[in-house]
Design a protein around this ligand. Structure first.
Ligand code: DX5
Ligand code: ZN
Length: 220
């Protein structure tokens, strides 16, 4: 089974509460919140006060994806602000182990995110300290980009790497997933599937979440 994590990046920020309730009605249990700093990625989105407000507005699990430089500065603060899960990029962090432990010590689930061109070896040693890996299937920074097809093979290899080590680190896939390819991603081993434009892009988020859950429910 898999979990869908709608990304509010493509939502209407002026109606955020409503947009969140819409995906909850559709069956989502987890909300993906993209934090960008204009340095690690060429875009700026939102930060701690917005996560605090979302926390007050919903019971959904909050999955904060930090696309920021030197994430150790902020990772635990996002847990304190109400995030249940916090992921940081391996490319942005020279002390990944320390950051993952700081997230856990703050009471959150720790995630290591990895860009499309970064080899899996970069997170191999961190697997025991990560509750989940965010496998990027687009270059982080923007919603609505095209799924990079080689990500499926990378996903299968990551699945094998985790299973061979007997770990229960989860795999989350992020970027370019929609109705047309969600089943393939689940079959390849994704347990959490992020969807931004596929959920909020058509103006019918409740329906879109239902359709994605249906399209991704495969017998494996
Ligand atoms: C990209 C973000 C994604 C984004 C996904 O930098 O990390 O979470 O919202 O959006 P879609 O599903 O439209 O590719
Ligand atoms: Zn993301």
């Amino acid at each position: 089974m898999f979990e869908i994590a709608p990304s509010i990046l493509s939502a209407d920020f002026a109606r955020l509460g409503e947009e969140i309730r819409a995906v909850e009605t559709g069956g989502a249990r987890c909300l993906h919140v993209d934090v960008m700093d204009g340095q690690f990625v060429p875009n700026i989105t939102l930060g701690l006060p917005v996560v605090e407000s979302i926390r007050k507005a919903t019971k959904l699990k909050i999955d904060a994806h930090l696309m920021i430089a030197e994430p150790l500065r902020f990772a635990a603060k996002f847990v304190e602000a109400g995030a249940d899960m916090v992921s940081v990029h391996v490319e942005a962090d020279a002390h990944l182990h320390r950051t993952l432990m700081a997230i856990r010590e703050a009471g959150g689930q720790s995630g290591a995110a990895i860009n499309p061109a970064t080899p899996l070896a970069a997170i191999e040693e961190a697997l025991p300290f990560a509750d989940y890996i965010v496998l990027m299937s687009v270059n982080p920074g923007f919603g609505g980009q095209k799924f990079i097809e080689t990500s499926l093979d990378k996903l299968r290899r990551l699945r094998r790497m985790i299973d061979e080590r007997g770990l229960d680190t989860k795999i989350e896939i992020d970027g370019g997933v929609g109705k047309e390819n969600i089943a393939e991603a689940v079959e390849a081993g994704a347990q959490i599937v992020v969807a931004g434009s596929a959920v909020y892009g058509r103006g019918k988020p409740t329906e879109a979440v239902r359709e994605l859950i249906e399209a991704g429910t495969v017998w494996i």
